[in-house]
Write a protein that binds this ligand. Structure first.
Ligand SMILES: [Zn+2]
Ligand SMILES: [Zn+2]
Length: 661
């Protein structure tokens, strides 16, 4: 008898390190999904993909070597995008079911869902066709069809799509190297795809195809226009319902819609795309925001400066902006002097460098802080323009701080204080700071000495920690000229916006040869810090509008009160009150229209006016007003002095600098 026959077959073992640091020793060829199962069945049911040594792969792929493993579920961004990418394949399968022979182009995941670009040939397709595709997707999802990965030679891949007569996939194949090509198949559908995909279609429990649009093949308008179908899927039906409610609420809060209703801003094709026109109420609102910030900045030691909207081309050649923005930006402006060229200002920084240079500086003058509401112009593609959030001309709440390397940390702390004050005053309660540092693998990419970088990075991390900011650190996200801190704000709908930035810069002081005289009597380069707490006035007003749904804080809102006389008899009493309030700098008006009180109340609510003052017989007799306060209900009857005090105290409270952090 062969003595080896009963000997178990030898399998190589590998070590898999989990995020908590624990190590599992498993047979080579074990999949992440197997490991999930060994932890718990519940976990395995939720695993959508796996991150192995930092790379996202199918959870069903066999592991071959020692590795780190992160099991990805719906709670991970990569888990979601794997699910949505797989949903694009599922949609393609459903489309082929109803429209056999259509040509498929590309179908990637996007921020909220996925799309597939399809050439429907002779078929015409519209919104009403989406429902049946959706139904088919749900049916196919229930089949729990597995996604199967197959490595395939280029020749076989070409043969497959030649047979299928799919010109788009064949064109995509042209750009791929042999040996790197994979197919993924689920149910009756096979796609050329790099993956990864979810284990099976059963994870997709709720489907909504959201819209249909035209899209050129490869984004080039010389190519054929394809049909792009957008959709989104969820692992639970309840999550889809919640998502759809949010979408509806977002539509109600769309700043473009609210901006029109509240008469804040408009656009004119004649003036030009992406160039907002601020209407009187919007201009007044913006002025209040600017004054608010100017006051806070004055307290924090900033000096206000003003610079022109254009600058000599040489200025931007020196700063490097010409090389960066030149071709994409606006064309130079020529003057009667043949050799003279000006550019619309894309950034305020070069101008502020010249202000720093306007006189000799000593270390005693530092930090120098120059602030400007500077309007800049950048050429954005017309397709990317969006309300006030993407425009071609906008005003930055800009400032540049010139300081010594040792002052960087303190300056960061001061800017953080300012930003937190702004957030508190405008009711942004959920935010975090993203700190962008160097890529440690690639130090030669960055300018400035290693010593200074270490100092600046440490200063930013410490400043954020000392201010108690919730932070995430991203390596490799720093600009080549310095590390930075960005504020990410969550609005009332949970959407994340990037607002203020604080950015260290070692580049411009070098390019402009900025210097100051140190205590040692030697010349030194200052560090430059760019910062803009709002980002731009346009973007900030847009985010604020959507965040508060147009219900601005009292100190900021257009009209703080409306006096609503019950009938014409009380109009003159109302006028008298209004005059008193306006004398106390409280903004508002008398609704003296010949309308029923119910209608006046409804209109004041629609205009989002915080205080309604109702006056009738009793109020006039007692020299009182009946006060209704938005969000607080009935505040009772009071005389005008008490009301004035109520408003003033509410504003003081909103603007008090007691930042909780
Ligand atoms: Zn794919
Ligand atoms: Zn700047």
């Amino acid at each position: 008898m062969n003595p080896y026959i009963c000997f178990p077959k030898f399998k190589r073992m590998i070590n898999v390190t989990l995020p908590d640091g624990s190590v599992r020793t498993v047979e080579q060829g074990t999949s992440p999904l197997d490991i999930a199962k060994s932890i718990s069945e519940g976990l395995a049911r939720n695993v959508l993909a796996a991150k192995v040594n930092g790379e996202v792969i199918d959870a069903f792929r066999p592991l071959q070597t020692d590795c780190t493993l992160n099991l990805l579920t719906w709670n991970d961004t990569e888990g979601k995008s794997t699910m949505w990418h797989s949903s694009a394949h599922l949609m393609a399968e459903a489309i082929e079911f109803y429209y056999p022979g259509v040509k498929l182009a590309i179908g990637p995941p996007v921020a909220n869902g996925f799309y597939y670009d399809v050439d429907f040939l002779e078929h015409s397709i519209s919104e009403k066709d989406l429902e049946k595709i959706e139904q088919k997707m749900k049916e196919l999802a229930k089949e729990k069809n597995q996604f199967k990965r197959q490595e395939i030679s280029k020749a076989e891949a070409v043969a497959y799509f030649t047979e299928k007569q799919d010109p788009y996939k064949l064109e995509l194949l042209e750009g791929l190297a042999d040996g790197s090509i994979t197919f993924y198949t689920q149910g009756n559908f096979t796609d050329l795809c790099r993956g990864p995909h979810i284990p099976d279609t059963g994870h997709i429990k709720a489907v909504k195809l959201t819209s249909i649009a035209g899209a050129y093949w490869k984004g080039d308008e010389k190519n054929k226009m394809l049909t792009r179908i957008y959709g989104i899927t969820f692992p639970k039906a309840a999550e889809l319902t919640e998502y759809l409610e949010k979408v509806e609420e977002a539509k109600r809060r769309d700043h473009r819609k609210l901006g029109k209703e509240l008469e804040l801003f408009t656009f004119s094709q004649k003036v030009g795309q992406g160039l907002p026109l601020w209407l009187p109420k919007g201009a007044a609102l913006r002025e209040r925001l600017e004054n608010f910030l100017k006051k806070a900045q004055r307290k924090a030691g900033y000096d206000q400066v003003i610079t022109p909207h254009i600058g000599n081309k040489e200025l931007y050649v020196t700063s490097g902006h010409y090389a960066k923005y030149g071709a994409d930006s606006f064309q130079p402006i020529h003057t009667p002097d043949v050799d003279e060229e000006f550019l619309l200002k894309p950034m305020n920084c070069p101008h502020h460098c010249e202000i720093f240079k306007s006189k000799p500086r000593s270390y005693k003058d530092l930090p120098a802080r120059f602030a400007e509401f500077g309007t800049v112009y950048r050429y954005e593609q017309s397709g990317e323009l969006h309300g006030l959030t993407r425009v071609r001309g906008f005003t930055q709440d800009d400032a540049h701080i010139f300081c010594t390397q040792d002052q960087v940390k303190d300056e960061f702390k001061k800017v953080i204080d300012l930003v937190l004050y702004i957030f508190k005053t405008l009711s942004f309660e959920n935010f975090k700071a993203q700190i962008s540092l160097r890529d440690p693998e690639n130090p030669s990419k960055y300018i400035g000495s290693d010593e200074n970088w270490v100092k600046a990075e440490t200063a930013i991390i410490e400043a954020a920690a000392e201010k108690g900011l919730p932070t995430v650190v991203e390596y490799g996200e720093a600009a080549f000229y310095g590390p930075k801190l960005d504020f990410m704000v969550q609005d009332a709908l949970g959407r994340e916006w990037q607002l203020g930035t604080i950015q260290v810069d070692y580049n411009l002081p070098e390019r402009f040869e900025l210097e100051y005289t140190g205590a040692d009597n030697q010349k030194h380069r200052p560090v430059m810090i760019h910062r803009a707490p709002f980002g731009s006035m346009e973007r900030f007003v847009a985010v604020l509008l959507e965040h508060c749904a147009g219900n601005f804080p009292l100190w900021l809102t257009t009209e703080q009160y409306a006096i609503l006389p019950i009938s014409e008899k009380f109009n003159s009493y109302a006028e008298k009150l209004s005059e008193l309030l306006n004398n106390s700098d409280i903004r508002g008006f008398v609704d003296d229209r010949n309308e029923k009180i119910g209608k006046k109340i409804r209109d004041a609510e629609l205009s989002k006016i915080p205080f309604m003052l109702i006056v009738g017989e009793k109020e006039m007799e007692q020299e009182h007003v009946s006060v209704r306060h938005r969000g607080f209900g009935d505040r009772g009857s009071m005389n005008i002095e008490s009301f004035t005090k109520l408003v003033q105290e509410a504003i003081e409270d909103e603007l008090s600098s007691n930042v909780k952090n």
